[in-house]
Design a protein around this ligand. Structure first.
Ligand code: CTP
Ligand SMILES: C[C@](O)(CO)[C@H](O)COP(=O)(O)O
Length: 409
């Protein structure tokens, strides 16, 4: 199949993304961490931040990342643990334009309907901007995120003097992701390449040259391109300093297990002597199960069954601290710090009060947080319902987690 044939064989409706990350970052200068797209900001490589935001969008079917051939190890390290088969890495070229063209070629056969082309070094891209661009791309028209120029603009003249002041009322600073009907921008890139035009600094310029109309869409002030060393230092500071508006998220969880014959119930990691046990696939610790769900909910990471399916024999009889510690690791991986957790046990018996302290200590150790951030409460169900009839124990839990660097709009 030729390229032009394959352009017609499109995956209707599919949105794909190209992330260009094959540059050398000369202006930002050298670092032991590698070129700027691999520098750590907020504890993660710049490119990982960028990639993760695109991968949160389920409409995006493929993400082609153009990397430099020398950066394979850096890319593997930056994407370690990111098991998303939508990501395709290819080798970029000697310019941004060349890297973009090579990435577009990787999207042929079948080609997507829409493509978003983004700089790997714009890590503060957000889902709202991606939404605006996807919504603005039409059959025959591209979309460019931009901001009106705020400074007065001067053109430099001879001898270091100003030649003139440029009217700024219709000037806009271009950002990425720039969105296009795939077939149009891919063909324009190919034509520019064949004609030896390698001087375009963004894809909207190629579109203009190819007479593809491009609509201006509101960009985002946060969506800066990390160009200079100072930009990287500021980006890191922005992600690591405590936010004036912390992104505090709350999750809740609920669980219930029935009684069976036994000699102890395990609640919040503590075995409480009793003439029954709780029955379940694992050790049936309702307190830890509810809290696991609450923590996972703070970062949209599914629920306990997503990570530990009851159908999986390896979790039979498992100690539930494994589940809670796994959820806490997911929260930490997402940059979260647990502010507090609150677990309520609903049962007629056994008495929880005498064990509250050891339960608190157990949770503090599993979550690696101070005991004063943990609350464990108990209530009866006033003899009503299944709990009142002493058929089992229920638990509800709430968790609050502070995530950095993201303030809800
Ligand atoms: N041959 C190139 C050059 C640039 N880019 C990418 O294009 C984006 C924007 O380019 P820029 O900020 O200019 O990056 P660099 O070219 O790396 O920077 P410099 O010009 O300072 O060397 C970056 O994500 C960069 O990795 C690319 O994929 N391939
Ligand atoms: C594409 C771009 O980010 C739009 O602002 C920009 O042109 C790329 O930066 P470069 O330094 O010109 O490569």
């Amino acid at each position: 199949m030729t390229q032009s044939d394959s352009l017609t064989a499109s995956r209707t409706g599919e949105v794909a993304a190209v992330i260009v990350a094959a540059g050398r970052g000369e202006r930002a200068g050298q670092s032991v961490e590698g070129p700027k797209q691999y520098r750590q900001i907020g504890g993660k490589p710049v490119l990982r931040h960028t990639l993760e935001t695109f991968l949160t969008d389920p409409r995006i079917g493929r993400v082609v990342v153009a990397i430099h051939p020398d950066d394979e190890a850096l890319f593997a390290e930056a994407t370690a643990g990111l098991t998303d088969d939508r990501v395709i890495a290819i080798h970029g070229g000697h310019s941004r334009q060349a890297s973009t063209r090579l990435a577009l070629l990787a999207l042929y056969d079948p080609s997507p309907q829409t493509v978003l082309i983004h700089d790997g070094v714009r890590p503060f891209i957000d889902r709202e901007l991606i939404d605006r661009i996807i919504a603005a791309v039409e059959d025959g028209r591209g979309a460019l995120p931009s901001l009106p120029v705020a400074d007065t603009i001067k053109r430099a003249g001879p001898a270091g003097n100003i030649a003139e002041t440029v009217p700024r009322h219709d000037l806009h600073a271009a950002q990425t992701p720039q969105g296009f009907p795939f077939a149009l921008i891919a063909a324009a890139h190919e034509r520019a390449h064949k004609l030896g035009r390698e001087d375009f600094t963004d894809d909207a310029s190629i579109a203009e040259w190819a007479k593809i109309p491009v609509r201006l869409v509101a960009g985002s002030v946060d969506n800066i391109k990390l160009t200079w060393a100072r930009d990287i230092a500021l980006a890191d500071e922005r992600l690591t300093r405590p936010s004036v508006f912390p992104d505090v998220r709350t999750g809740n969880g609920y669980d219930v297990h029935t009684f069976a014959d036994g000699d102890a119930v395990v609640l919040c990691g503590v075995a409480i002597p009793y003439h029954k046990r709780l029955s379940g696939h694992s050790d049936a610790d309702v307190g830890l199960h509810a809290l696991t769900d609450a923590l996972l909910a703070t970062c949209g990471a599914g629920d306990i069954g997503t990570h530990f399916p009851p159908s999986d024999p390896q979790w039979k009889g498992a100690a539930s601290h494994i589940f809670l510690e796994h959820a806490a690791a997911i929260v930490r991986e997402a940059g979260g710090r647990i502010a507090n957790v609150d677990v309520t046990i609903v049962c007629e018996a056994p008495k929880i009060g005498p064990h509250r302290e050891s339960m608190t200590a157990a949770l503090a150790s599993m979550l690696n947080i101070a005991p004063h951030r943990i609350s464990i409460k108990a209530t009866t169900n006033e003899k009503m319902g299944f709990v009142g009839r002493e058929e089992g124990i229920a638990s509800i839990a709430t968790a609050s987690v502070i995530y950095p660097g993201e303030v809800p709009a």
